[in-house]
Ligand binder design. Structure first.
Ligand SMILES: Nc1ncnc2c1ncn2[C@@H]1O[C@H](COP(=O)(O)OP(=O)(O)OP(=O)(O)O)[C@@H](O)[C@H]1O
Ligand SMILES: [Mg+2]
Length: 397
């Protein structure tokens, strides 16, 4: 068959595979028509090898979302998980690369879903600590009472249940990088202890007298405005300065729209490798235009969710505009979990019933079909004081 026929067969089978055609001089088929059919580009023989490489690089970048690189030494391996080509992202990564080798503390301050954890991991990978552990600690996930033993470890018998000595997370990161995620949610009480550790570079496990030296590089991240938290007294100023020697800010997705198509293609490919049932392979131009223009309050995490939704719903290889439209509309700014929704419902219900009964718990519990003890338990769980509704009823009458 001729080149174009072969192209059509390949393209049918692998619609997203970029195809470059090499033709003998003078035998270029109707280039415009062929490009419209999906040929990525043409080169005429004899071709310039550098030109061919550049063309391949571009094809890979455009169609797969993998950043272009002629990186034989793996010099760019540290950032390979971070997809994007916007100048904003490139500048930020340049700065991250520059500061990675030193042990300077870095605070990553950006909105939710912009890739803070990914950036922290990349800084670690670009540092001299790359072959040592990267330990990420999410400060919102640790109950306040457990902070000290989780981070500093504990001695055997330090408290009930401490049946053996355990190293803390900081010790686990020894030689490597400690990533304190959502640092704005660290309990005030613990902030002082963390500061002392940063100054002394030693930890003392709970219930132990022994100080253990630990060598870690500290990266932290927050989507809160820490400046403001310092101002309102929720975050220690001295700790803030210690953690925030350098600030990196990942711009929201809406300020780097150039990255959207690469990211959308990248996520679709990921779903493909994972899920053999997924038939979607690419986006129609209109679908991609919609993605590129959307608001993205939830940033890259939200884009990932939308791609996941359309990939699951698509019944054809090319994702349509209407499918994207539906996913974008159905994407609330914030999705409540089942438990959150249940809790909100319970609370609203209890308040309504107390208002109706002017805070009379006997009446209210009867209405709710619960005995008094159970009803009090519910009120307690939601920190609702029935007295308030008695007062409210009185002042109103
Ligand atoms: N540039 C990027 N390239 C590829 N994937 C990305 C990129 N940025 C973010 N992601 C992906 O998006 C998701 C959200 O990123 P990440 O968890 O790092 O964000 P975050 O800023 O820590 O968000 P949150 O504040 O919600 O914790 C992750 O699954 C991450 O892998
Ligand atoms: Mg995060």
């Amino acid at each position: 068959m001729d080149g174009m026929a072969m192209f059509r067969q390949l393209h049918d089978k692998y619609p997203t595979l970029p195809i470059i055609i090499l033709t003998a001089h003078g035998s270029i088929p109707d280039a415009v028509e062929a490009t419209r059919e999906g040929v990525f580009s043409f080169l005429t023989k004899p071709f310039d090898s550098q030109k061919l490489l550049a063309e391949i690089r571009l094809a890979l970048q455009v169609s797969t979302g993998i950043p272009a690189s002629n990186d034989e030494g793996g010099e760019n391996n540290w950032r390979k998980g971070i997809i994007g080509c916007s100048s904003q992202l490139e500048n930020l990564l340049l700065e991250a690369r520059r500061i990675a080798p030193s042990d300077v503390s870095v605070l990553i301050q950006s909105p939710s879903g912009t890739g803070k954890e990914l950036l922290a991991q990349a800084i670690h990978d670009a540092s001299r600590r790359a072959d040592k552990p990267f330990v990420a600690i999410n400060c919102t996930a640790i109950p306040e009472s457990l902070f000290e033993s989780e981070l500093f470890g504990h001695a055997k018998g330090a408290f009930t249940g401490a049946d053996r000595t355990r190293d803390g997370l900081i010790k686990e990161a020894d030689g490597g990088t400690l990533f304190l995620d959502e640092i704005g949610d660290m309990p005030l009480d613990f902030q002082g202890k963390l500061l002392r550790f940063l100054q002394e570079k030693q930890v003392r496990p709970v219930g132990s007298n022994e100080m253990q030296p630990v060598d870690v590089r500290v990266l932290s991240a927050t989507h809160h405005d820490l400046d403001h938290a310092v101002y309102t007294g929720k975050f220690r100023e001295d700790l803030y300065y210690r953690l925030n020697v350098i600030t990196l800010e990942l711009p929201p997705l809406s300020e780097r729209r150039e990255d959207i198509s690469m990211l959308a293609n990248h996520f679709l490919r990921q779903i493909h490798t994972r899920d053999r049932n997924c038939v979607a392979r690419s986006y129609s131009p209109q679908a991609m235009a919609l993605l590129t223009m959307a608001k993205w309050p939830g940033n890259i995490r939200q884009l990932m969710n939308v791609v996941e939704q359309v990939a699951v719903l698509a019944t054809t290889p090319v994702i349509s505009e209407s499918l994207v439209l539906r996913a974008l509309k159905g994407e609330p700014d914030k999705t409540e979990s089942f438990v959150q929704a249940q809790r909100r419902f319970e609370r609203d219900y209890l308040i309504k019933i107390l208002q109706m009964t002017s805070g009379n718990v006997t009446h209210a519990s009867k209405q709710a079909g619960r005995n008094r003890t159970e009803f009090y338990k519910l009120l307690h769980r939601h920190k609702i004081d029935p007295k308030q509704y008695r007062l409210a009823a009185k002042t109103m009458s």
